[in-house]
Write a new protein. Structure first.
Length: 146
């Protein structure tokens, strides 16, 4: 597995987020997430990767997403979570995060924003979805103290 195996559009999305200083984390329930991240050569894009072995409750419990926000030192309402699994969407929807669902097997009405393919994930659109969901929010207090 190499960077050539990244899903369509992901490389550009990661680069755009990194350039704009957007904190990113991975909240995967896969026990081999670190192996895959290293094989794809994308570890440097992420500020945190939640260790699933330290999570007590799996998806659809929101613990893994809330842990990612905590490790990023960002309040959940200031987060966007991108997910391709039904259990993950249920978990995100139990938090104050904005949910983006990817894949034909998800229901559009269950998420704040839906795309059929990762090729349709663009930072500009994600920002617009976030702003629409958070209209009027004061972000001066988005980051936690520590």
């Amino acid at each position: 597995m190499t960077r050539n195996h990244l899903l369509p559009g992901i490389q550009l999305l990661l680069e755009d987020c990194k350039k704009q200083g957007i904190k990113m984390g991975i909240a995967s329930s896969s026990s081999n997430a670190n192996t895959v991240i290293d094989a794809l050569g994308i570890r440097s894009f992420f500020d945190c990767i939640v260790d699933v072995r330290k999570i007590k409750k799996g998806k659809p419990d929101p613990e893994i997403f809330l842990t990612a926000a905590d490790q990023l030192k960002v309040k959940p309402y200031a987060c966007v979570a991108i997910e391709d699994g039904e259990a993950g969407i249920k978990a995100i929807n139990q938090t104050d995060m904005v949910s983006i669902g990817v894949g034909k097997h998800l229901r559009e009405e269950d998420v704040n924003f839906y795309v059929y393919s990762t090729a349709d994930l663009h930072l500009k659109t994600i920002k617009e979805v976030f702003e629409k969901a958070r209209k009027g929010t004061d972000y001066n207090s988005a980051y936690t103290k520590n």
